[in-house]
Design a protein around this ligand. Structure first.
Ligand code: CA
Ligand code: CA
Length: 206
């Protein structure tokens, strides 16, 4: 009778716990319209040597940061929150928090950019593209392998955005499947289950 009860309790506990881990929920790590630190610049003009543009193309350490919400743009084709002057480029940075780890599978990066963008996370380049013509929400949908560069806690994202004339725009969104933090009740139940399991094994060995 006691053994049956323990086995039921352990089974229920492990099922609850594993179900909680498996049901990762779509989580927005960076949302559209987020607040960023940014600096506009025209030297160097990223477009002049786009193929070689990388993290070191901008002096991040000595930047003069302003704070503004995406989208960054001009004109009125896409509504924007922060003015980005034609013909200049943008450096942007912000931190985002991964509440638990690990993430299940790839992240999804959505970008709207006129004309080009490069994204770095924790110093590693994860995306780069450039196109003529205006952009749209979302012109780019990219699968980003999460494993090499992301960690639970605070992560740094940096972006170089390029314009080479007329209208400008930049905004992005980063989403992923994040396992929920187990509820305290689940942890207690798991603890009780493990204690029960230990007691049952002890009684079997006696
Ligand atoms: Ca430019
Ligand atoms: Ca443009």
């Amino acid at each position: 009778m006691m053994k049956k009860l323990l086995v039921t309790l352990i089974t229920a506990t492990l099922f609850t716990f594993s179900t909680g881990l498996a049901l990762a929920v779509p989580t927005t790590l960076i949302s559209q319209g987020s607040e960023w630190q940014y600096q506009q610049f025209s030297q160097p003009d990223l477009w002049q040597d786009w193929g070689n543009v990388g993290l070191s193309s901008f002096d991040w350490a000595n930047a003069t940061w302003s704070t503004g919400n995406a989208g960054f743009g001009n004109g009125n084709s896409l509504p924007y929150n922060t003015y980005w002057r034609e013909g200049t480029d943008l450096a942007l940075q912000k931190t985002f928090t991964i509440p638990t780890g690990p993430i299940n599978g790839d992240l999804t990066l959505n970008v709207a950019a006129d004309n080009g963008f490069i994204v770095f996370v924790n110093g590693i380049q994860i995306a780069k593209d450039n196109a003529e013509g205006y952009t749209s929400i979302w012109e780019y949908t990219l699968a980003i392998d999460n494993s090499p560069f992301l960690a639970p806690g605070e992560n740094l994202i940096q972006v170089l955005a390029e314009d080479h004339g007329a209208k400008t725009f930049f905004d992005m969104k980063l989403t992923g499947d994040i396992p929920p933090v187990p509820e305290p009740g689940t942890i207690l139940l798991l603890g009780a289950g493990l204690v029960g399991l230990a007691a049952w094994r002890r009684s079997k060995n006696c």
